[in-house]
Write a protein that binds this ligand. Structure first.
Ligand code: XMP
Length: 319
């Protein structure tokens, strides 16, 4: 695609001009955006770049291993893997407000990046895979009063006291363009086609207080749901699909026993850019199959619902 080839060359020139001989730290989330940003920046400045993957304990099942393996095996990009579960979960204890969750996580990410920068003798820039819709949605709600809907952790600048400046080479792109750029850069198709995953991770798919127990339950339900979606050949037809663990317990019956367990909500949407979305019209047999598996296989869930809200008025994530 010649437009992406041209964009690539232009972006590389811009990164070189901005960074000069400076050092850059790039946060990898495991998603497409940060991976494309990292590969692009690496092409521009080589080993002036260090990538940092923060495992905040809020990732999907098996995700940390997948990301680290992909990057270490497929690219010659230095990657630091930070195990920060303790830190994040401790700070999130007792936090229930969605914006406080997001801001807490954003602040901790910065702390971790700062600490990692120090370890490599300082960094002048922090790189992020911020996209155009992230910028818009964190700033205002089109058509209404200027109000923040959600604070995306990777937008909103850096604290004053920090000496690092931001490098955001994807800031003008939409998701489909980032995927095209990823292909242009030679990223594997299976990776480029991945569903988006938010920086705050499972924290915003676990309304109410986050506990290790709830995260473990959510991970299992989510993995079963995604496995069934792949098995049905629907993964690529869907923009994003995930499970949400509700902070509500309901009564059920298993064999001769009364159960009193959590409710799991399933979400799947189609979208072009994440700014608007429609719920995905699964057939009922598929939903029934997923619900049965989750209830039979995941201890702690005894009821499954499907979210049929589009965006607007809903948002894609629940928090
Ligand atoms: P919403 O929930 O605002 O989500 O309709 C739109 C898209 O953005 C993703 N999202 C995030 N991505 N950091 C991210 O990197 C965030 O804080 C964040 N919040 C939402 C969401 O998964 C969806 O694709």
């Amino acid at each position: 695609d010649w437009t992406m080839a041209a964009y690539r060359a232009e972006a590389i020139a811009k990164i070189r001009a901005q960074v000069g001989s400076g050092r850059v730290i790039c946060g990898l989330s495991g998603g497409v955006d940060s991976a494309v940003a990292a590969v692009l920046i690496h092409e521009a400045i080589g080993d002036q770049l260090t990538c940092v993957f923060v495992d905040h304990g809020l990732l999907r099942l098996g995700e940390a291993e997948r990301v680290v393996t992909l990057f270490r095996d497929s690219y010659n990009i230095p990657l630091v893997h930070v195990e920060a579960e303790e830190l994040f979960l401790k700070e999130l204890e007792g936090v229930t407000d969605p914006e406080v969750k997001r801001k807490t996580i954003g602040r901790l990410f910065i702390d971790v990046f700062e600490a990692e920068a120090k370890k490599i003798g300082g960094a002048d820039f922090l790189a992020q895979g911020t996209l155009y819709p992230d910028v818009i949605e964190s700033v205002s709600f089109t058509g209404g009063p200027s109000v923040t809907i959600k604070s995306h952790h990777n937008v909103g600048g850096l604290p004053e006291r920090m000496n690092m400046k931001l490098v955001e080479p994807l800031r003008e792109l939409f998701k489909d363009e980032v995927r095209a750029l990823g292909r242009e850069l030679g990223l594997p198709e299976g990776f480029v086609g991945r569903h988006p995953f938010p920086g705050p991770g499972l924290a915003i798919r676990c309304p109410g207080e986050i506990t290790r127990e709830k995260l473990a339950i959510l991970r299992q339900a989510d993995a079963i749901y995604l496995e069934e979606i792949r098995r049905a050949g629907l993964y690529d037809a869907i923009w994003q699909a995930f499970a949400v663990l509700l902070p509500v317990r309901t009564v059920g019956v298993m064999g001769d026993y009364r159960t009193y367990d959590y409710v799991c909500a399933l979400r799947a949407v189609t979208s072009v850019d994440g700014m608007t979305a429609d719920f995905y019209p699964f057939d009922m047999a598929f939903l029934g199959r997923v619900a049965t598996r989750i209830i039979n296989e995941v201890r702690g869930i005894n009821r499954v619902t499907y979210d049929v809200t589009s965006k607007p008025p809903g948002t894609i994530e629940w928090e």
